[in-house]
Design a protein around this ligand. Structure first.
Ligand SMILES: Cc1cc2nc3c(=O)[nH]c(=O)nc-3n(C[C@H](O)[C@H](O)[C@H](O)COP(=O)(O)OP(=O)(O)OC[C@H]3O[C@@H](n4cnc5c(N)ncnc54)[C@H](O)[C@@H]3O)c2cc1C
Length: 490
């Protein structure tokens, strides 16, 4: 049958492509269907005009080393150590390393290496947990999940009791509390805490930002972003791997529904009306979109529908890209506007009340002549107004705020491209503009991601699996969802 595949994968984001490459490598007949004209999902480099191209949404990170090795990916090298710089109200730039921290506090400089050691260890432990398929609590779980948990238990024992205990303590803590245990300077604490709230709708005084700090540290390999300006190269390498193993990728192919018969997924229907059948369907689109829109409540148990509806999305990030003549004066590396813990918390407060932060937390990266500003907080759900009218407000706030630190910037800007949470939904397919396909919160992680009872990639529909950032191991860029699902696909 021409239109029949072993596996259809919905979405050519990095997780969909990782899953497709592994399955194609196993010899399966694989088809990836992507609604956009380009592959990559959130990991894309796009052109907005002549000499104006940028990693449009994703800031930086890297795939897990085993994925790179297994799929023989030719990826850009990121051995270069990147600087993480905090902008200070007095005009100084603080680089977060022991040497520069000395200027602020001798004590904090002395504690910094131990903090980095702990965070690296904590990231290692979290990575091991993410590599393990979680049991479907409160239901029984099978041998495969049981064996995985046993392996994880052994790995955790090897991590050492003290670090293990400190890791478990850190998860529910606020980023502020965790950092209070290491540092005295608010400036140092705030700069580091910003990584804990990057891409989440949380402030550094929120429970669980200890966990999100470790999560982002793990995906970046530290404080600073890696692979800035190279997003497109990563997903192109993955797409090439899929094709080299014999898989097919079709762009401009939006799936409008998943065909279900007798509680089993049989195929998909495209916006063009075309139907394609498969033995298994993997979706790397977010769980809400996949289950509520593509399957639909009519084919799902009522309690499961209620759980899916309850997944907290809450996107609150906008991106503002500036084309300049290159003389913007912004240093290379990851530059943050996070001058104090209270500043960050107040930025977040705005989002709680459906408002755009007037004093935003910014994370700025540069690639050649382009300055990319990650803006928080810009909530998807605005109390007043709507995004068609508020785009210029975010744009102005981002440029004005950054220009306070780089006065020449404004006069250098020749073009601007702003991406709002609404654009993240409409263009990039992210429900409620949530970058991670669901917030990373204490009630939405480990065996509760995407929802309790369904943390092992399966769904109530036979042969339908989830593999995007919304599953255990996501969000962010790591490829973990796409790699882990392979263990579960029949
Ligand atoms: C602004 C922003 C900043 C970020 N910063 C960071 C960061 O600094 N560090 C980090 O680690 N992560 C970051 N992230 C998060 C990270 O990029 C994502 O979590 C991750 O890339 C998601 O990958 P994915 O493959 O799971 O899903 P996606 O990249 O979302 O891919 C899903 C794909 O499915 C397609 N699709 C959806 N529905 C359908 C359909 N019905 N039919 C066909 N195709 C469909 C979409 O078009 C998309 O291509 C950021 C994300 C954004 C948006």
């Amino acid at each position: 049958m021409k239109n029949h595949y072993d596996t259809i994968i919905i979405g050519a984001g990095h997780n969909g492509l990782v899953a497709a490459a592994y399955l194609a490598k196993q010899g399966k007949k694989v088809l990836v269907l992507e609604r956009r004209a380009i592959v990559g999902g959130s990991v894309v480099t796009e052109s907005f005009g002549d000499d104006f191209s940028a990693d449009s949404v994703w800031t930086g990170g890297t795939l897990r080393p085993d994925i790179i090795k297994d799929l023989k990916l030719a990826l850009p090298k990121n051995n270069e150590k990147q600087a993480f710089i905090s902008l200070q109200p007095d005009g100084n730039h603080l680089t977060l390393d022991a040497e520069s921290i000395k200027r602020i506090s001798e004590k904090d400089a002395a504690r910094f290496p131990e903090f980095v050691r702990f965070m690296d260890k904590a990231a290692e432990i979290l990575d091991a947990a993410y590599a393990t398929i979680m049991p479907r609590l409160p239901m029984n779980f099978g041998i495969r999940e049981g064996y995985g948990l046993l392996e994880l238990g052994l790995e955790l024992k090897l991590a050492g009791r003290k670090d293990m205990l400190n890791f478990i303590r850190a998860l529910p803590m606020t980023a502020q509390e965790l950092l209070d245990e290491y540092f005295e300077s608010d400036v140092v604490k705030a700069a580091i805490a910003s990584v804990g709230i990057h891409s989440f709708t949380l402030g550094p005084m929120g429970a669980g930002t200890g966990y999100t700090l470790i999560h982002n540290w793990m995906n970046r390999g530290g404080l600073a972003n890696v692979n800035v300006g190279k997003a497109g190269e990563i997903t192109q390498a993955l797409a090439n791997a899929v094709k080299s193993f014999g898989g097919e990728i079709r762009t401009e192919s939006q799936v409008t529904s998943i065909r279900v018969e007798n509680q089993a997924a049989k195929g998909v229907v495209l916006a063009s009306g075309e139907e394609i059948t498969a033995n298994a369907i993997l979706s790397s689109a977010d769980p809400k979109h996949t289950l509520l829109k593509l399957v639909g409540p009519q084919d799902l148990p009522p309690e499961f529908v209620w759980h899916t509806q309850s997944i907290k999305m809450r996107g609150s990030v906008a991106k503002v890209h500036l084309q300049t003549n290159g003389n913007h004066g912004i240093p290379k590396g990851t530059v943050v506007l996070a001058p104090s813990i209270k500043y960050l918390e107040r930025s977040y407060d705005a989002a709680k009340y459906g408002e755009i932060s007037e004093k935003p937390y910014l994370e700025v990266t540069t690639s050649r002549n382009v300055v990319s500003i990650h803006f928080q907080f810009a909530p998807y759900l605005l109390k007043n107004g709507d995004w068609s009218l508020e785009t210029s407000k975010v744009e102005k706030l981002a440029i004005d705020t950054l220009s306070e630190y780089f006065p020449n910037l404004k006069s250098q800007v020749s073009a601007v491209k702003t991406i709002t949470p609404k654009d993240l939904e409409n263009v990039y397919g992210l429900t409620e503009g949530d970058l991670n396909h669901g917030q990373l919160m204490l009630d939405q992680f480990l065996f509760m991601r995407p929802m309790p009872g369904w943390s092992n990639h399966k769904t109530p529909i036979d042969n339908l699996y989830l593999c995007g950032s919304g599953v255990h191991g996501g969000g962010g860029v790591s490829g973990v969802g796409g790699r882990n699902v392979i263990k579960m696909v029949k």
